[in-house]
Design a binder for this molecule. Structure first.
Ligand SMILES: NC(=O)c1ccc[n+]([C@@H]2O[C@H](COP(=O)([O-])OP(=O)(O)OC[C@H]3O[C@@H](n4cnc5c(N)ncnc54)[C@H](OP(=O)(O)O)[C@@H]3O)[C@@H](O)[C@H]2O)c1
Length: 309
C-alpha cells in the first residue's frame, strides 16, 4: 500500500502527471487491490505511515468481505505530510515507544479478523525497540489475545544483525517474532544467509523493495548498473517479460520467501509484476544475477539519496 495510500513516495520518476487527489488515489487503490485479488494475491501489506493505506485497505476488505485475505500492518511511524504535495521535511516520523504502540494498535486492530501480521516498522538498534521490555510485553499480549503473527521490518546496512538479535527474543520461553519483512533484491542480497535460517526455523519472510525502488529499471542516473541493466534486458527478452518480472523471479527462485511484496502503483505495473509467475530462471541465470549484488553500505547510501515525489 506504500505507493497507493499517499500522493508522494520514494521512487526514481522524473515527472508524474497522475491525479493526486484523495478521490483518484482511492479509486486507483481499489482497482489495484481488485486486480491483485483476481490474480490470486492474498497477502496485503500496509502501515499507518502510508497515508490512507490502512483506511483504503480496511474499506476494500469491508466492501468485499473476503474470508481468505491476509492483512499485515505495522506500528512505529506516523504520517505527517498530510497529503501536502511537495511537503518539505520527513513525511513520516518514527517513535518506537509504548505510547505510540498503544495509540496505533487502537486504530489498526479494527482490521481484525483478517489482520494476521503486526510488525514493528523498521526495527533498529538505535530505536531501542529490541530492548524495550514494556513494548515487547505489549506485543506479546497482543499475540496472545489475537493470535496475530508479530514481526519486525528492517532497513539499512545492518538488517542481518537486527534480524539475528530479534530472533533471540523470548517471552514465556517462546520466540516473540514470527515474521521478518526485509529488503532483498538483485543489488542488496546481504540478508540471504540469515533469511535462509529464518525460513528453516519455520518463520515467515516477507520481501520488500524487490525492485530496489525502481532502480532495477534502466536509468541513466545509475551508470554503475550498466552491466546489470544489460544482463536484465537479455533475460527479459529471452522470457518475453519486463525487467521487473526477472528481478522478482530472482527472489522467488533464489530465496523462496513466504511472500514478496509488489510495490506496483497501478494496474499496469501489477500486471507486469505478475508475469514473474509464468517462468523459472535456470541455475546458471540465478548465479549470474547473484553476481550483481553491491555492498550494503553502497546500496543504502544510494537509497538515502532517492527523492520522494
Ligand atoms: N517496512 C518497511 O520499512 C517498508 C519500506 C519500504 C517498502 N515497504 C513495503 O514494500 C512494498 C514494496 O516496496 P517499494 O514499493 O518500496 O519498492 P519496489 O517494489 O522495489 O519498487 C516499486 C516501484 O517500482 C516501480 N515499478 C514497479 N513495477 C513497475 C513496472 N512494471 N514498470 C515500471 N515501474 C515499475 C514503481 O515506480 P513508480 O511508482 O515510479 O511507477 C514502484 O513504485 C511497499 O508497497 C511497502 O508495503 C515496506
Amino acid at each position: 500500500m506504500a505507493a497507493l495510500g499517499r500522493p508522494e513516495y520514494i521512487n526514481i520518476r522524473t515527472s508524474s502527471k497522475i491525479d493526486k487527489s484523495k478521490q483518484a488515489f482511492k479509486q486507483n487503490a481499489f482497482l489495484v487491490l481488485d486486480e491483485a485479488y483476481k490474480h490470486g494475491i492474498r497477502y496485503f501489506d500496509t502501515a499507518p505511515s502510508y497515508g490512507k493505506g490502512e483506511t483504503y485497505l480496511k474499506e476494500w476488505q469491508a466492501v468485499n468481505n473476503y474470508k481468505d485475505t491476509v492483512l499485515g500492518t505495522k506500528w512505529g511511524y506516523t504520517y505527517v505530510a498530510n497529503w501536502e504535495l511537495g511537503f518539505k521535511g520527513k513525511h513520516e516520523i518514527k517513535a518506537h515507544t509504548l505510547n505510540k504502540l498503544e495509540e496505533q494498535w487502537e486504530v489498526s486492530k479494527k482490521m481484525l479478523p483478517n489482520l494476521k501480521y503486526y510488525q514493528v516498522h523498521s526495527a533498529t538498534f538505535e530505536s531501542g525497540i529490541l530492548e524495550n521490555t514494556a513494548v515487547l510485553k505489549k506485543l506479546h499480549s497482543i499475540k496472545k489475545t489475537t493470535g496475530l503473527k508479530i514481526g519486525i521490518t528492517t532497513s539499512g546496512k545492518n538488517q542481518s544483525e537486527v534480524i539475528a538479535e530479534a530472533l533471540k527474543i523470548t517471552l514465556n520461553n517462546n520466540l516473540l517474532f514470527d515474521s521478518f519483512q526485509v529488503t532483498y533484491n538483485i543489488f542488496e542480497q546481504s540478508a540471504f544467509s540469515v533469511l535462509t535460517k529464518v525460513l528453516q526455523k519455520g518463520k515467515k519472510v516477507i520481501i520488500k523493495e524487490a525492485l530496489a525502488n525502481g532502480r532495477v529499471f534502466k536509468n541513466e542516473k545509475f551508470e554503475c548498473y550498466t552491466k546489470a541493466y544489460q544482463i536484465l534486458e537479455n533475460l527479459a527478452k529471452k522470457y518475453n517479460v519486463g525487467i521487473d518480472a526477472i528481478a522478482l523471479r530472482f527472489i522467488i527462485d533464489g530465496l523462496e520467501p513466504s511472500y514478496i511484496l509488489s510495490g506496483a502503483s497501478n494496474k499496469l505495473e501489477l500486471t507486469d509484476n505478475l508475469k514473474a509467475l509464468n517462468f523459472s530462471l535456470t541455475e546458471e541465470e540465478l548465479s549470474l544475477l547473484q553476481t550483481l549484488k553491491t555492498l550494503p553500505e553502497t546500496y543504502w547510501a544510494e537509497r538515502s539519496t532517492l527523492n520522494w515525489n
